[in-house]
Every structure is written in structure tokens, then in C-alpha cells.
Ligand binder design. Structure first.
Ligand code: NAD
Ligand code: MN
Length: 349
């Protein structure tokens, strides 16, 4: 039995999580696995009531769980830096979820905006606990001619090396032959130069092919020839941007899952769609729940059930191929709930 902490969060996070929970309940009924879940109402509503995004002992509570399933956060009544820095960022950092795994896979039945005959199927690994997303810095000389802002990027040897080693092991275990390093060491010489150096030291004696591509050119290649990539590794900021771009070439944010992984399993890992709370469509019941359901699949894989991961992803493909019950973002006119219900029928027909 696994203990699962469920945090729906805000906006469409709540809507897509309802469908993911249907999937978890049916898996509990039909499979030899039990995901015993508890729902936490933390997020922006909680903040408006209690003045914080989660209870003071929130981390201690979460630490008792085997995994965290997260929806999305973001609310116009709460500053984004509060929702991010007081909630999702401390979870990622304190639980040492230094690997952010983001598959970019064009499923059968999805029409990519890129008209390509070849497959798009690669994985982005984003460094998830340091780098550009640091809180070291600040505003100086406010209201003065010299007014300025500084925010330091912090890259540690340990931080870069632990991600690189995970990427290397993952690539080998999944029979990939090439790793692409997204960098910008030509301009950001100190930190990105150091990043390249540590990455390259680790790949030096490896059988895997290695290439380094500057992030600006890489962004263009994602659109022009995405089929050439297998595994892409990137810093926190670069990986964040590249994975939204990656989602756009395989059906959009409604089709992009992710895992925030603590490989040592010392702390729970957290699975969530790449998208945010989507205020423009929240409350309309039309958010695509497939990124959240696919995130459940990544969680099952992490818990040692690759068979169930594959089963869920296969059922998503069957639903897409049927081309009947899809949300508007991928060309249909069904509701979030319709898609959740139709998905369950594909999973266990
Ligand atoms: P967003 O991902 O919420 O939305 C971007 C676009 O994608 C919108 O047009 C939206 O309608 C669409 N979209 C997103 N999810 C969808 C789904 N499941 N189905 C169909 N369409 C979907 O990004 P944003 O608008 O930049 O940010 C909105 C809020 O979310 C902000 O407060 C931001 O800080 C927050 N945010 C949170 C997370 C997170 O929880 N990890 C990630 C990104 C943004
Ligand atoms: Mn993002």
C-alpha cells in the first residue's frame, strides 16, 4: 500500500485533479496496488483564510507520504511570487526533488502543429532546486538614480553532478544513445561555463553520445527538427522554458506531464502537469485532464509499476485515436468530466 498526498491547488488544478482521482480509484479497484490518498486543501484559498499557502508543519506532514500528486497553483488575489516561493518551491527544494522529468512525446491521435512524418519522443531533464531560481539578490538604491536589481544564479558542483548522473543512468536504462546539453556558456560564462565543465567531466568516459547546443539555437531546433532529440538536460530556467515549448509541439500544455523526483527516495517525489491554474478557462469545466492523468502514470512508474504507467499512457492514446471525447485545446468540444469518464472506459473496457 502506498500513501499518497493529493494537493489539487487552484483554478483548473482542482478540476483536472477530480478526474485523476477517478483514475486512481479505478486502479485501486482493478489492480494489485493500493494508493491510499488524502486530499489537502492548501493553496490560494487557504492563504486568503489563514495567511499562508500551507500550514507551518506542512512539509512535516507531506514527508510521511510516499508521493505527492499536485494540480496547479496561481490565483489573481495572491501574488504569484507568494504562491510559487511559499509553496511549490520549498517543496521542490526541501524534498531535494532535484530532477524535473518532463516527457515530450507526440502521442498517436494528436496533431502536432509541426507537420512532420517522424516521431517526436524525447525527455527533458530540468535541474529543479538551484540555478537561476535562487532567492539570493534584491533591489538596491530604491528611488535613487542608481536603482538596480540583482538576482544571483547559484550552481553547485554537487547540484550539477547529481542531475547529470541521474540523466546518464536514466538514458542508459531506457536505451537512449544520445544526450543533449542545453547551455549558454558563450554568454553566461561563469555559471554556464561551470555547468558545461561539470556535465562534460561526467560524460567524458561514457558510451553515450553527448552534444552541447546553445539554448537559443536549441529552441529553433525544437521546432525545426524535434525528432533528432532523445534526452535533453537543462538548468532550472532553461528547462522550464524548453518544456513549455516542448509541450507546444506535442499538443499543448494540456498534454504535458511532469515529475519532481528525489532519486534517493529520502523524501516523497511530486507529480504534476506542466501547466498552471489557467485562469482564462478556470471554472468553465473545459480544462484538459490528460496532463494530470499522465502525471499519475509517471507516479506509478516511480512507485515501481512501469506496467501501469504504460497501461495508462496506452489508454490515453486510445482515447485520442478515437477522436470523440476531447477538450477544446486539442480540437474537441467535450468537458473535463466527459474526458475523465471516457478515459476510464478506455482504461478498462
Ligand atoms: P497556465 O499554464 O496556467 O496557462 C497557459 C495557457 O495554457 C492558458 O491559455 C491556459 O488556458 C492553457 N492551459 C493550461 N492548462 C490547460 C489545460 N489543462 N487544458 C487546456 N488548456 C490549458 O500559465 P499562465 O497563464 O502563465 O499562469 C497562470 C497561473 O498559474 C499563474 O498564477 C502562474 O504563476 C501559475 N503557474 C503555476 C504553475 C504550477 O502550479 N506549477 C506552473 C505555471 C504557472
Ligand atoms: Mn513553467
Amino acid at each position: 500500500m502506498y500513501k499518497l498526498a493529493v494537493i489539487p491547488g487552484d483554478g483548473v488544478g482542482k478540476e483536472v485533479m477530480e478526474e485523476a482521482l477517478k483514475v486512481i480509484r479505478v486502479i485501486n479497484d482493478r489492480e494489485s496496488i493500493t494508493l491510499d490518498y488524502e486530499i489537502f486543501d492548501w493553496g490560494s484559498e487557504y492563504y486568503l483564510k489563514y495567511g499562508r499557502m500551507m500550514p507551518d508543519n506542512g512539509q512535516a506532514i507531506l514527508q510521511e507520504y510516499d508521493a505527492i500528486l499536485f494540480g496547479a497553483i496561481g490565483d489573481s488575489r495572491v501574488p504569484d511570487e507568494v504562491t510559487i516561493w511559499e509553496f511549490i518551491m520549498p517543496i521542490r527544494k526541501n524534498f531535494k526533488q532535484y530532477v524535473n522529468l518532463r516527457p515530450v512525446k507526440l502521442l498517436k491521435g494528436i496533431e502536432s502543429p509541426l507537420r512532420l512524418s517522424e516521431e517526436i519522443d524525447f525527455v527533458i531533464f530540468r535541474e529543479n532546486t538551484e540555478g537561476e531560481y535562487s532567492d539570493v539578490g534584491g533591489l538596491m538604491f530604491q528611488g535613487d538614480q542608481r536603482e538596480l536589481a540583482v538576482q544571483n544564479t547559484i550552481m553547485t558542483r554537487q547540484g550539477i553532478a547529481q542531475l547529470t548522473e541521474y540523466v546518464m543512468k536514466y538514458a542508459k536504462a531506457h536505451h537512449y544513445t544520445k544526450v543533449t546539453n542545453a547551455t549558454k556558456s558563450n554568454a553566461i560564462t561563469h555559471v554556464m561555463g561551470f555547468w558545461d565543465q561539470v556535465v562534460e567531466e561526467i560524460f567524458a568516459n561514457e558510451v553515450l553520445a553527448y552534444e552541447k547546443i546553445y539554448i537559443d539555437a536549441l529552441a529553433a531546433y525544437f521546432v525545426e527538427r524535434p525528432e533528432r532529440f532523445q534526452v535533453v538536460m537543462a538548468s532550472n530556467l532553461f528547462g522550464d522554458i524548453l518544456s513549455d515549448l516542448g509541450s507546444a509541439i506535442v499538443g499543448g500544455l494540456g498534454m504535458a506531464p511532469s515529475g519532481n523526483i528525489n532519486p534517493e527516495k529520502e523524501f516523497p517525489s511530486m507529480f504534476e502537469p506542466v501547466h498552471g491554474s489557467a485562469p482564462d478557462i478556470a471554472g468553465k469545466g473545459i480544462a484538459n485532464p490528460l496532463a494530470q492523468i499522465w502525471s499519475v502514470a509517471l507516479m506509478l512508474d516511480h512507485l515501481g509499476r512501469k506496467d501501469l504507467h504504460d497501461h495508462v499512457v496506452f489508454a490515453i492514446e486510445q482515447l485520442l485515436l478515437e477522436n470523440k471525447t476531447l477538450t477544446p485545446d486539442i480540437g474537441g468540444n467535450a468537458t473535463t468530466k466527459d474526458v475523465g469518464n471516457a478515459f476510464i472506459k478506455k482504461l478498462y473496457r
